[in-house]
Design a protein around this ligand. Structure first.
Ligand SMILES: [Zn+2]
Length: 321
């Protein structure tokens, strides 16, 4: 359009071209710096990377900047997303990235571990993650697995430091508490930064997004989250969904409680399989209208809830070292 304009002098044309090139290069750099997540500062030196509207990162993550080093919570799903996370850390601080804590083994939280390790981090996880990360993630994908994803899962790094106890990590004088919790997989951590009143919950909390119950026990999950529901002055970074507070924890517990109640009622009415799911799904959607609940996710939730109530729920089994 510029070149097709009315006749211009040589100098004017040169100037117009220079402006056009500037605009083009500014546009290109804006594109290359577009992040797959939204970075939120949730406390002094504490950041949450929240999966963007296009769901490119698979889950949320975050990081804590201490006196002498950085601790990352979760590694996102893809190497590209993890590289973007490392890029944001590098933009904020030159301090070494010393640790990445995996909240659990699911690949949407561990897929970028290799990038974090290459950036210098030691991988800290629940002891069960070593036995599950390369094996059980294949089940997690079910019929959505591709040869490319299978190969990536089988090459995921194994954690370096593991425990089934609580752990304190000191970043100089800054305390980070890693706590083992029950409910979601049988190998979960929540990570808190007491001086900032921030808790990274991993998938113990989902904000307005239907949770994945594949490995879970709703009974244990509700018990664990009861403690978070009373922490009114705390900021929660959930595994999925936006930055949350105690009322979001209550909302999530109400979601699980409603699911359990409706599946129990359906079982009493002798419903099973698709009929049970078709009875529960519209009720859950109308009770939680501001939640993202896909037909696929609610059908799976009903199936897993039914298995738990029937005493037939399959959960990952700890593997010997
Ligand atoms: Zn997740």
């Amino acid at each position: 359009m510029l070149l097709n304009d009315a006749p211009q002098s040589g100098a004017m044309l040169k100037r117009s071209l220079a402006i056009a090139l500037l605009v083009l290069s500014a546009h290109a750099s804006a594109q290359t710096t577009a992040l797959p997540f939204v970075l939120n500062q949730v406390g002094p030196g504490v950041y949450a990377a929240i999966d963007g509207p296009e769901h490119k990162t698979g889950s949320n993550a975050g990081f804590v900047v201490g006196d002498d080093s950085v601790l990352v919570v979760d590694a996102l799903f893809t190497a590209e997303a993890a590289q973007a996370l490392v890029g944001e850390i590098r933009r904020i601080t030159p301090k070494p990235i010393r640790y990445v804590v995996n909240t659990h083994y699911h690949a949407d939280h561990t897929g970028g571990d290799g990038v974090l390790r290459d950036a210098g981090a030691i991988i800290i996880a629940h002891r069960n993650v070593r036995g599950w990360v390369r094996v059980n993630n294949i089940n997690l994908f079910g019929d959505r697995i591709t040869p490319e994803i299978k190969a990536r899962i089988e090459a995921l790094p194994l954690p370096d430091v593991v425990t089934d106890k609580d752990l304190v990590v000191w970043l100089g004088s800054r305390k980070v508490v890693v706590k083992t919790v029950l409910g979601h997989t049988g190998g979960d951590f929540v990570v808190s930064v007491p001086d900032a009143k921030v808790v990274f919950t991993g998938d113990m909390l989902w904000r307005k997004v239907a949770p994945n119950l594949i490995d879970g026990s709703v009974k244990e999950w509700l018990a664990t989250d009861a403690e978070f529901a009373g922490m009114n002055d705390t900021t929660f970074v959930p595994g999925h969904g936006d930055v949350a507070n105690a009322s979001d924890v209550k909302d999530f517990r109400a979601y699980l409680t409603d699911l359990r109640r409706l599946v129990t009622e359906g079982r009493k009415a002798k419903l099973s399989g698709d009929a049970l799911a078709q009875s529960v799904a519209p009720k859950m959607k109308s009770l939680h209208p501001d939640w993202t609940i896909s037909d696929r996710s609610i059908a799976a939730e009903v199936r897993y809830m039914n298995d738990e109530l029937a005493g037939t729920k399959k959960r990952p089994v700890p593997v010997a070292d």
